[in-house]
Design a protein around this ligand. Structure first.
Ligand code: BYC
Ligand code: FE
Ligand code: FE
Length: 495
């Protein structure tokens, strides 16, 4: 594949050789599905239910349109995908595992150094099942959250990117369902069914994690979501790729290959929005980024509003790491089911019996840093790694603004800002990291999170643009086409 100028390089897949996948089968796969009749039957029973879910809860409209999509056809990093026009319901959702690494061992915890497990260890069955279900639940949830966005796509290029992300999140659901059905028998089949029944934002049967029940009401949210929330996907998948349960590790390693593009869509989407704003401001001779009325009259998004949008998505996504101090996370790590980010490359004993880790908490109305047993701070550490990982794209956004000569910088709010889960859950913390009273928060939070006027304004911009090569006023064209296609390429042939 000639990459879509990925700024996020796909995770490398160590020790690979091209593994032929069987694309003639109903379910393309590289797991020798035909040799396991029971598994094949279970998945072929699940498939029509998945397709029903896709029709009901997947992208609204456009299901008969031909979309220029990439489909995974192998696991060789140099040529794993092919591009072609596909109608979404006919997308080849397959099951792909990264190649087995011979001699792989459990990388962390009390079983460190033992051969990696090819079957589920009985004593960890319930914990592993829970991790799989939580991970699996986010995949269809995100498709549900994004289902109305096709109608207001700012270009065919962006519409295609949305649908690409959607079909791949669908494939991620397949990836997890494969593990549930293959390794968890009847329980696994029931969980696979339940994954199609929960609904994002539905009061009676919601998705499991908070952020996946929020709305993705507009394209700015979509770009922020794919930059910030898909990056939680990257971090969590990377941690699960360190699992001693080898089939999970291999599944996640391949999922990470697809994830890079989702974050690329988010980063470049925000960047192109910033470019359109800066260009319009300079053309109109507006120097002050806080002259919001004047900027909005140009039909572009003011930078302070983009910061508020980012603040919302960053804070909601940070909640996805769970409590900073967590005995669940300690147990998953010690059991060898879920490692840390880059576990294999970390220079410590990978057992963490005596180590400590600094965690910020609120004590007597002040934010203090405390040393906590590292085992119980696994989530805190992954969150810190995530916050560092977010900064690269933010720096690149700031470069665009600086080059345009506009005095504005995007920043990440304090870790405790607007949190519902963990040490800062329910506390009132400003982006600068001050502990506030409820009154102070009520008086000031409108400047930090999208307010009603912001949402009305964004809504007014969300007008579809469907001429090949044309873009809505508020977003600049991409520098390079998908798979190097020309600028006026028809990414979606609307039926
Ligand atoms: N909302 O010990 P605690 C992705 C629950 S994104 C609601 O603090 P733990 C994607 C928690 O379940 C990656 N509930 O946390 C991105 C627990 O309940 P139980 C998704 C929450 O267990 C974009 C209790 O509170 N993958 O792939 O250490 C598009 C105490 O929890 C929340 C994963 O998350 C919340 N935010 O960690 C598409 C990886 N947070 O079990 C896809 C798998 C916590 O006591 N999951 N709770 O009833 C995990 O590793 C862990 O379950 C978590 C939570 C990190 C999520
Ligand atoms: Fe995913
Ligand atoms: Fe993703």
């Amino acid at each position: 594949m000639s990459a879509d100028t990925l700024t996020e390089t796909p995770e490398s897949v160590p020790g690979d050789h091209f593994v032929e996948i069987n694309t003639d089968e109903t379910i393309p796969n590289n797991v020798a599905l035909t040799s396991d009749k029971q598994l094949q039957r279970a998945l072929e029973t699940w498939r029509p239910k998945y397709l029903d879910w896709w029709q009901d809860m997947g992208p609204e409209g456009f299901q008969t349109s031909k979309v220029y999509l990439r489909t995974a056809v192998g696991v060789d990093p140099a040529g794993w995908a092919k591009f072609d026009y596909v109608r979404m319901p006919e997308y080849r959702w397959g099951i792909l595992l990264a190649p087995k690494v011979e001699g792989r061992t459990v990388p962390c915890g009390r079983h460190k150094g033992e051969p990696a497990w090819q079957e589920v260890p009985g004593e960890y069955r319930a914990t592993l099942r829970r991790l799989l279900v939580v991970q699996g639940d986010t995949e269809p949830a995100s498709v549900e959250q994004q289902r109305y966005l096709g109608a207001t796509a700012p270009s065919l290029y962006d519409m295609r990117n949305l649908f690409q992300v959607n079909v791949e999140e669908g494939r991620h659901l397949w990836a997890i369902v494969y593990l549930l059905v293959k390794y968890f028998g009847k329980d696994g089949r029931e969980e696979a069914q339940a994954l199609l029944e929960r609904r994002s934002g539905e009061a009676d049967n919601p998705r499991i994690l908070g952020a996946f029940n929020e709305r993705t009401p507009d394209w700015l949210s979509f770009f922020m979501f794919t930059y910030f929330t898909d990056r939680d996907g990257k971090m969590q998948l990377a941690a699960l790729a360190e699992s001693g349960f080898d089939p999970l590790s291999r599944t996640c390693r391949f999922m990470l290959t697809e994830e890079a593009h989702h974050m690329f869509v988010g980063e470049t989407g925000v960047q192109r929005t910033i470019e359109a704003t800066c260009n319009a401001m300079n053309r109109a001779g507006i120097k002050d980024p806080n002259d919001v009325e004047a900027v909005r009259r140009l039909g572009v998004v003011d930078l302070p509003l983009l910061q508020r949008k980012a603040n919302f998505h960053m804070s909601v996504t940070r909640d996805l790491f769970g409590g900073e101090i967590s005995s669940n996370a300690a147990e998953s790590f010690s059991a060898g089911l879920k490692g840390r980010f880059n576990e294999a490359n970390l220079k410590d004993d990978h057992v963490l019996a005596d180590a400590t880790y600094p965690v910020e908490r609120v004590v007597d109305g002040k934010i203090v840093e405390e040393q906590v047993p590292a085992l119980r701070a696994i989530n805190a550490r992954l969150l810190d790694d995530y916050i560092k990982d977010c900064q690269g794209g933010i720096d690149r956004w700031n470069k665009v603004i600086e080059k345009a000569g506009i005095a504005f910088r995007f920043t990440q709010p304090h870790k405790g800002f607007n949190r519902r889960i963990g040490e800062f859950g329910g506390k009132r913390i400003s982006p600068a990291g001050e502990v506030l009273t409820e009154e102070q928060w009520q008086a000031r939070s409108g400047a930090w999170l999208p307010n009603a006027a912001d949402m009305t304004f964004i809504d007014s911009l969300m007008k579809p643009c469907r001429e090949p090569g044309a873009y809505a006023s508020w977003i600049a064209p991409p520098r390079v086409g998908i798979n190097n296609q020309a600028g006026d390429f028809e990414y979606v042939k609307i039926a």
